[in-house]
Design a binder for this molecule. Structure first.
Ligand code: BGC
Length: 425
């Protein structure tokens, strides 16, 4: 039942989801417009902006080896061209604290949230804003480049573009295929140019160990009925629109129709490691998303399909032969009754694969502000009482800690934490 693991294990978070603070940002605005299901306010979240020292201490006590975290653009550049020195100092202290606790930081530059001034200019829909984003990247490297060698430029461009511009569920709430394609395209150029910029700037600073990628949300897509031609072709179309189309642009600079190469970027290799965010498999009848009847699901109804992690990693490795970091994997489990089993199954799939997995960042370190689901969805290894901001390591957090300590799952860890758990459907 047990297995050994030869990868570094850690956790992931994003700025908006844990920091709190009343910012002039797209998600604070979205809350003000009444769009969060449980009406929870991102300005509360986990108050990590004040409690960061305690949180890093807690991570250290859990044995966390690597930590993926985000910084908030609306804090760093609250008005276009105006840099908030205090915010910079805050993040420098945070990074220093992470490192002095022996934890290796991986920094996400953009994770779903824009300052309102950028949003009002059309955000990533507008190709004229590419320079503005790159200027923000420059600010980041100028101020954190001496402390950080590993970067993710953008988190999940496909999820961002479809939720914000196709389904209209996230700010700015548009429902337009053309805008979605524009966002895909603009973000691809932003990623590629940021990739080049970070490398160039760090090189000028004298560093040789820079690593840059983007966090890519991948799913397995399967037809509801594999014999039904419509289901099959809808599956292919969805997969192409959501994944294949963008993968060639982001990794290779190959912009296939209908994507647009706004700044004539050259074909090349634009990732130093594959950063895979994996959660679930979607089954398709027409365009959209579904879950296979009877399949194990989490508390948001997402299918639990551990082998999909390896299937997606393989797909990306075929495009980009670089080490694989699982930069997000986790589940919404309100009672923490199957999270250990979920982690076990996904780590086991990694362990049994021959692909070059090097890191696994569990999503999430703690329960947090889960976008339009608000505070109701629970993805954390650590629970948070939002009124008192008290943290408590869950049973799954204890399990994960033991896995790190033992370099894998021993039979007795399995018996204590995993054996009694089961998924529901
Ligand atoms: C996002 C996270 C989010 C998680 C769970 C990922 O798509 O990057 O911000 O919390 O999924 O929904």
């Amino acid at each position: 039942m047990g297995f050994k693991l030869n990868i570094k294990l850690g956790v992931a978070t994003s700025a908006t989801q844990i920091e709190g603070g009343n910012l002039d940002s797209s998600w604070n605005d979205w809350y003000a417009k009444g769009k969060i299901k449980d009406n929870s306010n991102p300005s509360r979240a986990n108050d990590h902006y004040n409690l960061w020292k305690d949180d890093i201490k807690l991570m250290k006590s859990m044995g966390i080896e690597v930590y993926r975290f985000g910084i908030e653009w609306a804090r760093i550049e609250p008005k276009e061209g105006v840099i908030d020195k205090e915010a910079i100092e805050h993040y420098r202290s945070l990074i220093t604290e992470i490192k002095s606790n022996g934890i290796l930081p991986l920094l996400t530059i953009h994770h779903f949230t824009n300052p309102m001034w950028f949003e009002k200019k059309g955000g990533f829909k507008n190709k004229d804003n590419i320079e503005i984003f790159l200027n923000y990247v420059k600010i980041c490297v100028e101020n954190f480049g001496d402390l950080i060698s590993e970067y993710l430029t953008i988190n999940e461009p496909n999820v961002y573009a479809t939720h914000a511009y196709f389904y209209g569920l996230w700010p700015p709430g548009e429902k337009s295929f053309f805008s979605t394609i524009n966002v895909y395209s603009v973000m691809a150029v932003c990623h590629i140019k940021a990739y080049e910029l970070i490398h160039r700037m760090r090189k000028e600073m004298g560093y040789k160990d820079t690593k840059v990628s983007f966090a890519n949300h991948m799913r397995v897509f399967a037809p509801v009925n594999p014999k039904n031609l419509i289901h099959k072709s809808s599956t292919k179309l969805t997969e192409w629109l959501f994944q294949s189309l963008m993968n060639s642009a982001y990794y290779k600079g190959e912009f296939k129709f209908p994507l647009k190469n706004f700044e004539d970027v050259k074909k090349g290799d634009y990732c130093d490691f594959v950063a895979l965010n994996y959660y679930s498999r979607s089954t398709i009848k027409y365009i959209g998303d579904g879950t296979l009847k009877g399949a194990p699901v989490n508390d948001l109804g997402w299918e639990i399909y551990p082998n999909g992690l390896v299937e997606c990693a393989q797909e990306l490795y075929d495009i980009c032969k670089k080490p694989i970091y699982v930069t997000e994997n986790g589940t919404c489990d309100l009672n923490d009754s199957f999270r250990s089993l979920y982690i076990y199954d996904h780590l086991k799939a990694i362990c049994e694969s021959s692909l070059p997995f090097e890191r696994y960042y569990h999503w999430c370190f703690c329960d947090n502000f889960e976008w339009i689901e608000g505070e109701e969805a629970k993805f954390g290894l650590v629970s948070v009482d939002y009124d008192t901001q008290k943290r408590r390591i869950k049973k799954s957090g204890e399990f994960y800690s033991k896995v790190i300590e033992n370099g894998g799952v021993t039979d007795s860890i399995y018996d204590e934490y995993v054996k009694g758990e089961k998924y529901h459907n």
